[in-house]
Design a binder for this molecule. Structure first.
Ligand SMILES: Cc1ncc(COP(=O)(O)O)c(C=O)c1O
Length: 434
């Protein structure tokens, strides 16, 4: 085996992987058709049939609802918008608590704040990185209005258990399924187990529309409320006979006809995109399975993982070198990845300073909850020491490339003692010239 690239040897992948590109002829034709129609968005924010958008928006929603087996699909202009609309739809009010995981994209925990809700962080499982049901139970209080379960990296949270818990307590389960189209738990699709599920179509996802999102629900009333919040609902509630005006201030969260047309074109390749990543993930996991100190992701029994992220757990003591040095060596071999994901969200200034809306600290003025370091030890450990992430949705990886990625991991792992010596050498104090 050649010398480590970090120490001057030849890299396993001499050329960078090409970036993933899923936009082709069908998407271009779909856009051209909308351009020719001259109507790039058909929404009106007032009573009338256009309240629900134009033909492409409605067709995309219908196709999504059918594919996911849900009664309603309500498109939005991002998953962030979808999560905010979901919080509004389930009636989150100032001071209500919403249980969220700390290791997720920040939008998950910002959505409750938009309605004055209080995010309450529950720790995650060390192997699936999704909410730990025991921690959720411990976080529930009479003020809890909802749980947001994130199907992180494309793997389902313990959705059936969480739904059962939510129903028993008379609270709502919202799934942040931004990363998890076609993820599954015991045959039930991610996004469809909770009362509302939210998907993202931003540029980094399996299928994308530039920006975009989709909410799904089986509940007529929630669907209506999502539609009202999406599109200036205050103008339309009377026309629709909606009497519950809680959170019926509407926004403009509407998807354009252009985005919906791209979404429809992309939609039909979704299964193929996910299957490609499952194959890649299996090659990587099998290739690293026997290496001490590396734990590749595997789906929980009965689950389907879509591998939005392939997240390895790293044990520096077992490998014999720090995660940061291992990562530098892996980068030098041409394996693109990043260490850590996001800082546990409660460590962000918004929680540490307890200032969200206005200058007086609202809504934290309504709670005694604290956001101290140590709140969620599993998430902190993953962030600080254990996680190494590879983004299969960012790269075009052939089967041959996948084998090379395995060779790169094995090469760096086999040379960990050289890396430890290199680290030691660099740490040694140098004589300073006077
Ligand atoms: C878990 C999670 N939730 C929410 C979002 C927000 O999605 P969007 O960019 O569509 O607003 C993302 C985006 O990456 C995400 O990964």
């Amino acid at each position: 085996m050649s010398e480590l690239a970090l120490l001057g040897g030849a890299p396993v992948l001499p050329e960078p992987l090409p970036p993933y590109r899923s936009i082709g002829e069908p998407e271009m034709e779909a856009v051209a058709e909308v351009m020719e129609s001259g109507c790039l968005s058909a929404f009106y924010g007032s009573p009338g049939p256009e309240f629900l958008g134009g033909p492409k928006v409605r067709a995309f929603e219908a196709a999504w609802a059918e594919r996911f087996g849900t009664k309603h699909a309500v498109s939005v202009n991002s998953a962030t918008s979808g999560l905010v609309a979901a919080m509004g739809a389930v009636g989150v009010s100032p001071g209500d608590e919403v249980v969220v995981p700390p290791w997720t994209m920040s939008a998950t925990a910002m959505a409750p704040l938009a309605y004055g809700g209080i995010p309450v962080f529950a720790d995650i499982e060390p192997d699936t990185f999704c909410l730990d049901v025991g921690a959720v139970k411990a976080a529930l209080t009479p003020r809890t209005r909802a749980i947001i379960a994130v199907n992180l990296f494309g793997h389902p949270a313990r959705l059936a258990e969480l739904r059962e818990l939510a129903d028993r307590r008379g609270i709502w389960l919202v799934e942040d399924s931004a990363q998890a189209p076609l993820g599954e738990e015991h045959g039930r699709r991610c996004g469809t187990v909770g009362h509302i599920g939210v998907f993202s179509f931003n540029f980094h996802k399996h299928i994308h529309t530039g920006e975009g999102g989709m909410c799904v629900t089986g509940d007529d009333d929630l669907a209506r409320r999502l539609q009202l919040i999406r599109n200036h609902g205050e103008n339309t509630v009377a026309w629709l006979g909606v009497r519950d005006l809680v959170n019926m201030i509407g926004f403009n969260l509407r998807m354009t006809e252009l985005s919906a047309a791209i979404g429809l074109a992309q939609f039909h390749n979704m299964e193929e995109h996910v299957a490609t990543r499952e194959r890649l993930a299996t090659t990587l996991a099998d290739g690293a399975a026997d290496l001490d100190g590396l734990t590749p992701p595997r789906p929980r029994s009965g689950c389907r993982h879509n591998y939005y992220c392939w997240t390895l757990r790293y044990d520096a003591d077992a490998v014999g070198v720090s995660r940061e040095t291992f990562s530098r060596a892996l980068h030098a071999e041409g394996f693109p990845h990043f260490v850590a994901y996001v800082e546990p969200l409660y460590l962000l200034p918004i929680f540490q300073e307890r200032i969200a809306l206005g200058r007086d600290g609202f809504p934290f003025t309504l709670t005694e909850r604290r956001y101290d370091k140590g709140l969620c030890p599993v998430a902190e450990r993953l962030h600080e020491r254990e996680a190494i992430l590879f983004e299969p949705c960012a790269w075009q990886v052939s089967d041959a490339d996948a084998e090379r990625l395995v060779v790169a991991v094995r090469k760096v792992h086999a040379r960990a003692s050289e890396l430890a010596a290199w680290d030691e050498e660099r740490a040694r104090p140098r004589a300073v010239r006077s």
